[in-house]
Design a protein around this ligand. Structure first.
Ligand code: NDP
Ligand code: PYC
Length: 344
């Protein structure tokens, strides 16, 4: 490994080395082992999979939020299970990773028992990519749908002012012996993290991502952050985003994106809100019907790939394979950030 390379150079580290360094940064910032471990795993997994908008880049916002006392650094997630299809975990203002690790095994067991079950995570500091959450269920042979609000950044279709969150939605389908089919995206043209990375890099946004504070189209990341991002797919993405506010905010009795921003007071910190994850047991749904769902799904995937199209997730799995074989390459800027956080 060249994980200790000096600032100004890129470096290659193993997943474990990166995980341990990120975990130590969070432990040093006051997080308990139960809080630090899961988010360090999420961040290291983001870098491993070439998902930079939710990798090392997120550490700074997490540290700011911890220092402001806006996350419960030693929260112990509390499982609230009444044996029904709705399993709850009260995160008690801790990060979502710890709550996820408590809730997923119970959610999976309930989905196998009933065919369909839901995990509701309440009051959680949430910065992560949702593919991580659905993959925790596809690994157990279940299909999964995860969604959550975030904080005000996106204008509804037909509107001119930021109101909705970038509201991610992810779906996973297990594929025996292969990486799962997973899509995961913001319901805005791109995640806010992507816009922030453009700001850092000094590069313009693609056309159509954002409007400025006066409602005019802009490719300037700073103007976009002061104005609003646009929903993907016009009124269709806007409708899905509103559904996420309803299901992942209002229905579960947790904050919507505007409420989450008001609660946090600034978009410079990690938002706190709820998350909804549904888990499905495909074999239970297809019981008594012709054909095996796993095999039928492969026929569909083959037909898609046969046209030369790629499946969502494929780029990430290739990056993962490469990272696991050759190490994770950190950019010079990422090396500098890690060194800086370690010296705090
Ligand atoms: P993208 O617009 O990059 O879309 C990502 C998804 O689309 C991935 O599943 C990706 O697969 C797939 N994809 C991209 N190009 C193709 C293609 N040509 N063919 C097939 N599939 C394709 O991501 P976003 O900027 O919208 O979101 C990035 C991340 O931000 C997500 O992980 C999301 O969860 C996270 N996020 C988190 C929020 C939070 O509040 N916690 C808020 C908003 C976003 P692949 O990865 O293989 O390229
Ligand atoms: O990238 O849009 C985003 C985001 C918001 C909260 C966490 N990630």
């Amino acid at each position: 490994s060249t994980g200790d390379a000096t600032a100004g150079e890129q470096a290659t580290v193993t997943f474990t080395e990166l995980y341990e360094r990120v975990e130590a940064i969070f432990r040093n910032a006051g997080l308990s082992a139960e809080q630090a471990g899961p988010i360090a795993r999420m961040i290291a997994a983001g870098e491993r999979d070439g998902a930079a908008s939710h990798g090392i880049y997120r550490i700074e916002g997490c540290l700011r939020t911890i220092r402001a006392g806006k996350v419960n650094a030693t929260a112990v997630p509390e499982l609230q299970d009444d044996g029904s299809a709705v399993v709850r975990v009260a995160a008690h203002d801790g990060f979502s990773g710890a709550a996820l690790e408590v809730g997923v095994p119970v959610l999976a067991e309930r989905a196998r028992q009933l065919g369909l079950a839901a995990l509701v995570i309440h009051d959680t500091a949430h910065f992560s990519a949702l593919w991580y959450d659905v993959e925790a269920l596809t690994e157990l042979g279940l299909a999964a749908l995860a969604l959550c609000p975030s904080y005000t950044a996106v204008a509804p279709s037909g509107g001119r002012e930021a109101l909705l969150g970038t509201n991610p939605i992810a779906f996973g389908w297990p594929r025996p012996g292969r990486p799962p089919y997973v899509f995961d995206f913001a319901t805005s043209m791109a995640a806010r993290g992507e816009v922030e990375l453009h700001l850092r890099a000094g590069t313009p946004l693609p056309d159509g991502w954002a409007i400025d504070a006066e409602g005019r189209p802009t490719t300037d990341p700073e103007a976009a952050l002061a104005g609003a991002l646009l929903p993907f797919g016009g009124h269709k993405g806007s409708a899905i985003s509103i559904m996420i506010e309803l299901l992942g905010g209002i229905m579960i009795g947790d904050l919507t994106s505007p409420e989450s921003l008001a609660n946090m007071g600034t978009d410079a910190r990690i938002p706190s809100h709820g998350e909804l994850i549904l888990a499905f047991d495909p074999a239970r749904f297809a019981a008594g019907r012709p054909g095996d769902p796993a095999q039928r799904a492969e026929v569909l995937f083959d037909a898609i790939l046969g046209q030369g199209a790629r499946l969502p997730g494929q780029r990430r799995y290739l990056a993962r394979e490469r990272s696991l074989a050759e190490g994770i390459t950190l950019t010079a800027a990422e090396v500098e950030q890690l060194n800086r956080f370690e010296s705090l």
